[in-house]
Design a protein around this ligand. Structure first.
Ligand SMILES: [Zn+2]
Length: 545
């Protein structure tokens, strides 16, 4: 399913259309590649957080990717395998291994280059430096600079030029500037302007003989488009970050992004004219990574090394008959069926009058489809392993806590403190000043009594004043009969029910209309470029708020 692209004019097409042309792929490629051109193949993945398949085994899996890479290399020996960022974090495995399991996997698959994604910095510079040392492939990030030395982070090269089949291909990396505030890079690690960096690097690459310039980026699509416009000389942008299948073009430069977790393998063929020293044309296709691809047996040692953990994570705990909304944006701004289920299970397990959890503690950042639920699903929703704590609060303190919980709610804001509850119902109006937004509070069907003492269950994090719930600090503890953890309680609630079907019941009512007052910050959709997969931002702040 290749699309011929005449130079300077790229077509943006949806995957559905692409699939129709699958059988023409080889013909198109052969027709396009003239005798006098050299074909260099780029294989692309981005935002890959696990080496095991996703979607209950249906898609992804790096053992399959490894097999596909070998298949492509037999036909097109001048191949480079590229990862456009985000692999160290977040994942259930990374709670234990801090991304080392992914480096093992990439080393085995035969990755050539990766750019730093924002999530590479989630465990800080020191941990990332260890991962870079373990890597048999090259990391790139020309705009990631140590302000103390002026050198690139981890001493990575500004760019690399590879000679293949008699032509020279240059490649450089650009990381997301917002990484500085959304992840945990060190104080002297800077993310410089993509455009200014590229304008310096590209002429150096051309001077070093690069006949094709590949930008390996981890940016938003808008930033990629701006990069193509402002820095002349880029032949193709291999990007990531959105978790959407995107095929776009800006200033005549094609931009490709796969979804996430290696559900697809991008194949981009650069047909380079060695005498003219430039890219003559580009073909591309999106190769589905699914069960039709047999695992590469050479990947088995990686699977074996981590089998104890991955087998434990694959254990079934029950099922859900409805999709579970565990997206960060909804958990932090409105009542969700997952949050209701968690809060209800906390209250039931502890016997408290009410439950309150911070929306930021719900993590999977995904809608889990109806079907079986595994230990991995439970831990992806509640990864922190917090103990539950029951405290005594007056109605007055409970009201303060609810006011605090909705105090940062605003159009487009997703504060981690947003209160998800059980045993209590309330309304709020985010257009009113913080501190006077909550109304109509009832506990167990009766109006809140500000003088009465209630028992409240939450996590030890929030009970200790986490997410600035300072009003809970120092309140009398109610001892639990046994130690309970957040994920343990959720797991048991699913196991006991066997099949769950949580639905929201209107316990949290928002009185203002956030949709109408939302600012025009949403990116402009590219016609025809988006597949039907839901966009999933991967830039949420680690930790609480
Ligand atoms: Zn990202």
């Amino acid at each position: 399913m290749a699309f011929i692209r005449t130079r300077g004019r790229a077509l943006a097409l949806a995957l559905a259309a692409a699939l129709l042309f699958a059988q023409h792929a080889t013909l198109a490629r052969q027709a396009q590649q003239r005798a006098c051109t050299v074909r260099v193949t780029l294989l692309q993945v981005n935002d890959v957080y696990r080496f095991t398949p996703a979607d209950r085994g249906a898609r992804g899996g790096l053992a399959r990717v490894s097999a596909l890479r070998k298949r492509v290399m037999q036909e097109s020996p001048n191949t480079l395998f590229l990862l456009a960022g985000d692999t160290i974090s977040p994942s259930v495995e990374s709670i234990t291994y801090k991304g080392a399991q992914m480096i093992d996997a990439w080393n085995q698959v035969g990755l050539d280059y990766s750019v730093f994604g924002n999530h590479e910095f989630d465990y800080g510079d020191e941990e990332l430096l260890k991962r870079v040392k373990e890597s048999k492939f090259k990391w790139l990030g020309a705009n990631v600079v140590d302000s103390k030395t002026g050198k690139t982070f981890a001493g990575t090269p500004l760019f690399d030029v590879r000679e293949m089949g008699g032509v020279k291909v240059g490649i450089f990396g650009i990381a997301l500037p917002e990484t500085k505030t959304t992840s945990k890079p060190g104080p002297t690690t800077e993310f410089r302007d993509p455009c200014e960096t590229a304008k310096v690097v590209i002429p150096q690459m051309r001077a070093a003989g690069a006949q094709a310039v590949v930008a390996l980026t981890h940016l938003s699509l808008e930033q990629d488009k701006a990069l193509a416009r402002c820095a002349p000389g880029i032949d193709v942008i291999i990007g990531g970050h959105e978790h959407s299948l995107l095929q776009s073009s800006s200033a005549g430069v094609p931009i490709f992004k796969m979804t996430a977790d290696a559900r697809e393998l991008g194949r981009i063929d650069l047909n380079i004219d060695p005498s003219a020293g430039r890219v003559e044309s580009i073909d591309w296709e999106v190769i589905p990574v699914d069960a039709s691809v047999a695992d590469d047996p050479a990947f088995a040692p990686v699977v074996a090394k981590y089998a104890r953990l991955t087998n434990e994570l694959a254990q079934p705990v029950g099922a859900t008959s409805v999709p579970l909304d565990a997206r960060s944006a909804t958990s932090r701004s409105e009542e969700t069926n997952v949050a209701d289920f968690i809060a209800d299970s906390f209250r039931k397990a502890s016997g408290a009058d009410v439950a309150l959890i911070n929306g930021g503690s719900i993590r999977a950042d995904d809608v889990l489809p109806a079907g079986d639920l595994t230990v991995r699903d439970v831990l992806s929703i509640l990864p922190f392993g917090n103990d539950l704590a029951v405290i005594e609060v007056t109605g007055d303190v409970l009201l303060q806590a609810l006011e605090h919980g909705v105090s940062l709610t605003a159009p487009g804001a997703e504060p981690g403190r947003f209160p998800q509850v059980s045993g209590v119902r309330f309304s709020f109006d985010a257009s009113k000043p913080p501190g006077s937004r909550v109304s109509g509070v009832t506990v167990d069907g009766r109006p809140l009594d500000t003088k009465r003492t209630y028992t409240l269950v939450t996590t030890s994090f929030v009970a200790g004043g986490g997410d600035q719930y300072a009003m809970f600090k120092g309140r009398p503890d109610v001892p639990l009969k046994q130690k309970l953890t957040d994920s343990g309680v959720l797991r048991k609630a699913i196991e006991d029910a066997k099949t769950i079907a949580p639905r929201t019941d209107g316990r949290i009512r928002r009185l203002d209309t956030p949709a109408e007052s939302r600012p025009c910050a949403a990116p402009t959709p590219t016609p025809g470029a988006r597949a039907s997969l839901p966009a999933r931002a991967c830039g949420s702040t680690p930790g609480g708020e």
